[in-house]
Design a protein. Structure first.
Length: 573
């Protein structure tokens, strides 16, 4: 990882004021009160004359994902001090998808992205930090932190606190996805209670975010490819001692980034977003990346649509053999050569914008140039020999989803599925049907009223999708929803259907037994009904009452946009 800025951003030339924000807060006799307060926390006059760097993280004791972030923050702060800055640490929230999955609590997960962005933005604006280091891991934290940094537009480095190591069960690597699939196998009588307990005890051996190329690791790679994180910094697992070294290096790096005046607005542009999407596509990354990159593009003012994901994925080969569709965990990618190796494959293939600027001050291609593949590694395929010629992200449209829907494919799934709709108006209702063995081969499970407004919050469906796989139905049953999926989901599982049922989207018109046709090659998602029949059914449809009328979920319901717009919140002013 490069620890110095070798090339300037747009505000370089030795004239950038490294205290461009903090001197307003801390300099002059009229700011004696502010200095007095900060001296009460242990800062000295010397500390307060230096650039103030906010060190934001999402430490919380409700999950292993972010559990090491206070430790990493210490090393980041050491690096900042060594490089001549004064760090001020701040903490925000996080919601664990893995813990809340299948409960009402899951509805809060996507909403937490907005709360993270709002809270870090608020503190950064309020305390006028000169720069930021933002430490994230669990699914919504990195995109939320990136959104905050984009809003305040001060020099920023994002740091992924690392993946969990895979567990081991009966001689095989396992992750949290393995447990959710085992729940379905247990319900189907294919796994004993004792074996389920044994797996439960082994799947999550310590600190770190979920271990496959699920949403956390997908977004970590995307933030490196987009240029907000140093390439290669995400690779060491959370419990690896190298993560501490990365923390110190990032602390030193942010001072160089500040000195050079490189802001998120210098990095985030059409080229960088296309690079990020290519990184997701080549790694078989999470469908949640569509939501998060669209949301970040809205914050950055960069034109990006849901259709762009399909275009870029079509031209980007799948080079990484990673879970959930492949064999390897994120820790295995680290051993193979890390995220740099994945980037170098695409650079060498001519599939990235090589001149895109990163926080190191170098281009993405320059940062990828020193990637080294471990001899004999099998995680990242050799140049010209991908697992398949196109990436995993596919956007479908049709009379069920005129504004789009998202599916992730690995190449072994069937291209066409035609079957009867099994319609459920909530995720728990569908999950119970799966566990009661009421879903048959060939069915198309429809889960609606779980979209951005309908949930509210677009809860993930890993409980349902993994239970279908565990019950042996993953290869014969399809699922469509206006909710979303865990990055661990695999199979013909289609999410983000837009417009959603709660605002009268066509998915609200579906009835039990309607024949649904999914045509991957033609990018189609349709029900065999005429436009007139759909319109007639919708004319009788009534908008359901919001589930929440007060508090944060009610605010989200009132402000959130559709999935094809990234499920961002927008104030109508």
């Amino acid at each position: 990882m490069s620890t110095s800025v070798d090339k300037p951003g747009s505000a370089v030339g030795g004239t950038f004021d490294m205290r461009h924000k903090s001197r307003v807060m801390l300099d002059g006799n009229d700011r004696a009160g502010a200095r007095a307060m900060l001296k009460g926390t242990g800062f000295t006059d010397d500390d307060l004359r230096k650039p103030i760097i906010g060190v934001a993280h999402c430490w919380i004791e409700t999950m292993p994902c972010n559990l090491n972030q206070r430790r990493i923050a210490k090393f980041v702060k050491d690096g900042i001090r060594a490089a001549g800055g004064t760090p001020q640490e701040l903490n925000t929230v996080s919601i664990s998808d893995g813990v809340t999955m299948g409960t009402e609590g899951m509805k809060t997960s996507l909403i937490s992205r907005e709360i993270i962005a709002d809270s870090v933005e608020l503190v950064a604006r309020g305390h006028m930090f000169d720069a930021l280091v933002c430490i994230g891991a669990c699914d919504k934290t990195l995109p939320g932190l990136a959104m905050a940094a984009t809003r305040v537009n001060v020099p920023t480095v994002l740091l992924y606190s690392g993946s969990i190591l895979p567990g081991e069960f009966h001689g095989k690597e396992v992750t949290i996805r393995s447990v959710y699939e085992a729940i379905g196998a247990n319900a189907a009588g294919k796994l004993s209670d004792a074996e389920l307990k044994e797996l439960e005890d082994a799947a999550c051996p310590g600190a770190g975010a979920c271990g496959g190329q699920y949403t956390a690791n997908t977004m970590a790679m995307a933030m490196e490819f987009i240029g907000l994180s140093p390439l290669g910094s995400a690779s060491p697992p959370a419990v690896d001692a190298r993560k501490d070294e990365v923390g110190v290096a990032v602390g030193k790096l942010i001072m160089d980034v500040l000195r050079a005046g490189i802001r998120p607005s210098d990095i985030l542009n059409r080229k960088s977003f296309e690079n990020a999407i290519a990184g997701v596509a080549t790694s078989g990354g999470s469908t949640n990346s569509v939501l998060h990159l669209l949301a970040l593009a809205r914050e950055a003012g960069v034109p990006l649509t849901i259709d762009d994901f399909d275009v870029i994925s079509r031209r980007t080969p799948l080079y990484c053999d990673m879970m959930p569709g492949g064999r390897f965990a994120a820790a295995d990618l680290d051993k193979a050569g890390g995220t740099k190796l994945a980037a170098k494959r695409l650079v060498d293939a001519g599939l990235l914008h090589n001149d895109a600027l990163t926080v190191t001050g170098r281009t993405l291609a320059e940062d990828a140039a020193d990637a080294v593949a471990t001899p004999g590694q099998e995680v990242v395929r050799e140049l010209g020999n991908p697992l398949k010629d196109s990436g995993g992200l596919v956007i479908l449209k049709g009379n069920i989803a005129p504004d789009g829907a998202v599916i992730k494919l690995f190449g072994y799934e069937r291209n066409i599925h035609r079957g009867p709709a099994r319609v459920f108006n909530s995720e728990p209702e569908a999950h119970k049907a799966v566990l009661r063995n009421e879903i048959n081969e060939g069915d198309v499970v429809v889960i609606r009223y779980e979209g951005p407004k309908g949930g509210p919050g677009m809860q993930e469906m890993l409980g349902v999708t993994a239970a279908l796989v565990g019950a042996g139905l993953g290869g014969t049953v399809a699922l469509i929803t206006d909710g979303r999926f865990s990055g661990a989901t695999k199979g013909v599982m289609i999410g983000h259907v837009a417009p959603e049922a709660a605002i009268g989207g066509p998915i609200a018109a579906l009835e039990e037994g309607d024949i649904i046709v999914i045509d991957i090659e033609k990018r189609g998602l349709n029900v065999e009904l005429s436009d007139e029949v759909i319109a007639q059914r919708l004319s009788k449809w009534q908008r359901p009452a919001p589930h929440y009328r007060t508090g944060v979920l009610a605010k989200y319901y009132a402000l959130v946009e559709q999935a094809n717009e990234g499920a961002v919140t927008r104030a109508n002013i």
